[in-house]
Design a protein around this ligand. Sequence first.
Ligand code: KG4
Ligand code: ZN
Length: 386
Amino acid sequence: MKILGIETSCDETAVAVVESTGDIRSPSFKLLAEALYSQVETHAKYGGVFPAMAKREHAKNLVPLLRKVLDSLTPSPVKEKGLGDEAVGNLKQILDREPGLFEMTKDLLETVEKPDIDLIAVTAGPGLEPALWVGINFARALSEAWNIPLIASNHMEGHIVSPLIDSEHRVEFPALALLISGGHTELVHIKDWTEYEVIGRTRDDAVGEAFDKVARLLSLPYPGGPEISKLAEEGRQRNVVPRFALPRPMIHTKDYDFSFSGIKTSVLYTLKKIDDITPEIKTEMALEFENAVTEVLVTKTRKALEEFGAKTLILGGGVVANTYIRQEFQKLIEQHSETKLLIPDIKLSTDNAVMIAAAGYLNFLKNKNSDIELRAQGNLSLGARK
Ligand code: KG4
Ligand code: ZN
């Protein structure tokens, strides 16, 4: 089955085509084509993602990205005649609120033949609702014009399935997933494909958000995760011992929830007492911060692995790019020989449309029609089904 995936939940506009095979016991995914535009530079000057701007950027970039994907699959033949009046009217109705996107989509549909695609999958949530709507309406327009079925995907399910893309790996159940990015921090118990229970989440900042906020306190550029991680790594190589001690919030609580805003506040107060924040102080702070966050993540995940007898541990989300966090999880798994660790390629651990197509396939296999409603759901949870 060839699936076109569309992702617009946050600041990445992405389109991909994935060939999906196998049944629900052993789904398998091959990436055929992908195009992605990251708005990171656009949002960098504001130090965070601006929903209205994200939405505008998605509307501007979806058609060029789709063209790129279709061109790389097969040279797209040019149509002889344009769309009929009825088709144009229909399209206009669906893209009523996005005049620019309507014009571009109309032009695309008039010049490109229907591609060899069996299913379209689009992110319904969680994410920024105005941004999600752009992707959903675009997907609806394509689905109607090309008469291809459309299915809604859960963005988090995408993160969970991403280690299987272009790999031979299988997930053995029960599994656990730790999803850590700028927008989410969740520990998920996976009983089987499409059967999820979120057992823990952050009560305040997401992990990536905490990295970004601490980076800002240290006057490092946005996104701050990679910057902190670079400083910390450099300090670790030199065996630097931080002169500060930050808290490990909720590390020993009975639940699986997290809290990271306290660490950030502690960084703020510590820095306030220092007149001259030298590069060495920044290095020590970055190192201690990374140690604190990692210790909490590993400790809570270890507890969950043991309680649920997990046979697979999946890591996902942009923060997985962090070398130290990956190393510490590898160490954890070495002590749990019955559990296998699956980490997606760094490229697939951040937001992308490949994982959205793959998640669409799982839902299609399980339900023939996704049981996720096709509307923007900012807080769509993994446990929620129709
Ligand atoms: O998944 P992602 O691309 O976007 C979403 O938030 O959904 O994740 C981006 C987040 C940012 O907060 C960024 O600072 C963080 O991931 N990040 C890192 C690293 N690389 C990216 N955090 C820590 N260490 C890194 N190496
Ligand atoms: Zn994400």
